[in-house]
Design a binder for this molecule. Structure first.
Ligand code: PEP
Ligand code: MG
Length: 317
């Protein structure tokens, strides 16, 4: 099966009715780029930069170290786009497990991701400068995690402008970026038009979107059976986000686990998704599903799934 799939590596991901689909890789380190290329990824849809920050006894990587890491990822992808997400650490993704701060009673609802970055603007701009510098070496897309508020969006944009101005003042080379936001808080999905005013592209983080929509801690085994990607509320938020992007012609992808789940491929295609980002090991299996899919049939079916009170009943087994 593996060998059979590997023959699909150079096959374009196009549905039976000719819809082009973009399959991208999620990576954690620059060293993952070769695996992404080997799987036939058309780029990196999510570089989780927090892996550069974790397990270092609280000592954060400096601008130069980060720049080198982002540059290695960009060069490793040989001209394909690399979406670098600013650091997503915080109470629920501790920098260092030996220093876990148990003072946070609701870590998933606490100071994480962009909230953590905006709480320390100098640290945030260090990362932004490193990413902007790496953008001189290839196509870089900058992705911001966990935004919910217009005020956070405007603060983030101001920090990016400031980081660019700092580089200009120092006479340092930097490149252009496209700017995107993760849609992973229900409030963001419900106010997606606000996001589309500010961002070039969106990326739906279903892992957190499910967690926050259903009030299920994604790390808590005791409620794992209730963590349901097919809950009608989750599907509605995903679908509404896709529709809003399509209406404005904005790029949108899904980068949560859902995107790499072959059982979800047809439904996501039917809902209109054309860009999927996943662990490199899933790319060929998802491509096989894409090649067997006909979106002209999937679109009406997906609408019935969307309106169903029990979508799991309608899913292929
Ligand atoms: C997500 O929330 O779906 C996502 C891709 O981000 P992470 O899993 O890193 O929180
Ligand atoms: Mg997330």
């Amino acid at each position: 099966e593996r060998q059979r799939l590997s023959r699909l590596r150079h096959t374009p991901a196009v549905t039976m009715d000719g819809e082009k689909v973009e399959l991208l890789a999620n990576i954690e380190m620059p060293e993952d780029a070769p695996a992404a290329l080997a799987a036939g990824a058309l780029g990196v849809g999510l570089f989780r930069s927090e892996f550069l920050f974790m397990g270092r006894q609280g000592k954060l990587p400096g601008e130069e170290e980060q720049y080198q890491a982002y540059r290695r990822a960009v060069e490793g992808m040989q001209g394909l786009p690399v979406t670098i997400r600013t650091v997503d650490v915080g109470a629920d993704k501790p920098l260092d497990h030996t220093h876990r701060d148990d003072a946070h009673l609701n870590p998933a609802l606490g100071l994480r991701a962009i909230r953590w970055s905006l709480a320390d603007p100098a640290m945030f701009r260090t990362q932004l400068r490193a990413i902007l510098r790496a953008a001189a070496h290839g196509k870089v897309k900058l992705l911001i995690p966990m935004l919910a508020h217009g005020r956070e969006i405007r603060q983030t944009l101001a920090q990016i402008d400031l980081a660019r101005a700092e580089l200009d003042n120092l006479g340092m080379v930097h490149g252009p970026i496209q700017l995107g936001a993760m849609i992973e808080i229900p409030a963001a999905a419900l106010s997606v038009r606000l996001f589309l005013q500010y961002f070039d592209f969106l990326s739906i983080g279903t892992n957190d979107l499910i967690q926050y929509t259903l009030a299920i801690d994604r790390a808590d085994e005791s409620v794992a059976h209730l963590y349901d990607p097919l809950h009608p509320a989750v599907l509605k938020l995903v679908s509404d986000t896709l529709d809003a992007c399509r209406a404005l012609g904005k790029e949108v992808s899904v980068c949560g686990e859902m995107a790499g789940d072959v059982g979800m491929t047809r439904l996501l295609l039917g809902l209109g998704l054309r860009s999927f980002s996943m662990h490199p090991s899933q790319i060929l299996a998802v491509k096989q599903e894409v090649l067997r899919s006909d979106t002209r049939k999937l679109s009406p079916w997906a609408q019935t799934v969307l309106l169903s009170d029990d979508p799991s009943q309608l899913m292929p087994t």
